[in-house]
Design a protein around this ligand. Structure first.
Ligand code: AMP
Ligand code: ZN
Ligand code: FE
Ligand code: FE
Length: 274
């Protein structure tokens, strides 16, 4: 049975709890999943436990938002020690910055005549990994916009009037952090990030895989990144970037999957390191 190695829960901007997510994965016919919440590992312990009961392997994961001067790059980390103090320290700093940023976004929205309260956003997100999708949900709920797409286009996208950045690592810092806590760093959805020129440097920093199989990658993009991974000796991973219901994404768990052989290779790499 197949695997999905890119899944969000309500510990970041997904809508289902870690427990619900594991159960939905089992119903969707998945055998292995990884929870890869944005800048957050709080759902992993529970998911691993529920997974063991449901007969699903849950690989600890994370998706770190990073940036360079020119691009936003998402780095996935697999099999990381999600209790390592040095990891939790960095995540806490990022999460504080994410919370402050919501206040900034609310102020910028107010400046263009849109009234929402930061607490309405935190009511959806908790004070851990609030993000632009939570703001989008509030804007939809209040009837200010009709869709996620409209919320981002009119207000939240980079260069839109309510865009506010938050503290981010560089790709190299994220890769080194993941490696330093026993994880395997993977370049997420490369065709979306448009930052291929950074790959050689990321490999030098310890990148070990590339997410060639991604739900919205076209077949020719998949082929391109599969070849690139083979040339550079990188692992191949894949996932659906599931975010739950009413998240601006339509897929259900099990709709998109990758074969077990790819998970076996990832696991082998992990076991080799230990
Ligand atoms: P943040 O990490 O708070 O900056 O929010 C980024 C997240 O917003 C991404 O991971 C996506 O899930 C989501 N996102 C970005 N652009 C869009 C868009 N145009 N429509 C819907 N969701 C988006
Ligand atoms: Zn997200
Ligand atoms: Fe991403
Ligand atoms: Fe994601």
């Amino acid at each position: 049975m197949p695997a999905d190695l890119h899944i969000h829960t309500n510990q970041s901007d997904g809508t289902f709890s870690p427990e619900e997510t594991v159960k939905l994965a089992a119903q969707g016919g998945l055998k292995t999943i990884s929870l890869t919440d944005h800048d957050n590992v709080d759902g992993i312990e529970k998911a691993v436990q529920v997974g063991a009961e449901a007969g699903i392997e849950v690989i600890p994961g994370i998706e770190l938002t990073t940036e360079t001067a020119h691009a936003e790059v998402h780095i996935l980390g697999y099999y990381l020690d999600y209790q390592a103090p040095r990891l939790l320290e960095v995540l806490e700093k990022i999460q504080k910055s994410r919370v402050e940023r919501i206040h900034g976004i609310v102020a910028k929205l107010r400046a263009v005549g849109v009234e929402i309260e930061a607490d309405e956003v935190f009511a959806l997100s908790g004070e851990k990994s609030p993000g632009r999708p939570h703001v989008a949900r509030v804007l939809i709920k209040k009837g200010i916009v009709g869709t996620f797409k409209e919320a981002f286009k009119r207000f939240l996208d980079f260069r839109a009037p309510a865009y506010v950045p938050h503290f981010k690592l560089t790709p190299g810092e994220a890769i080194k952090l993941i490696n330093s806590v026993g994880g395997i760093a993977v370049f997420a959805h490369p065709a979306i990030s448009n930052a291929d020129e950074l790959i050689p440097e990321m490999i030098a920093d310890g990148l070990r895989g590339i997410e060639a199989y991604y739900i919205s990658h076209y077949a020719d993009q998949v082929d391109y990144y599969v070849k690139l991974a083979r040339k550079d000796g990188l692992l191949l991973t894949g996932g659906s970037d599931f975010h739950g219901e009413d998240s601006g994404r339509e897929s259900k768990l099990g709709d998109f999957s990758i074969p077990d052989e790819l998970v076996d290779k990832l696991r082998d790499e992990h076991l080799r390191g230990n």
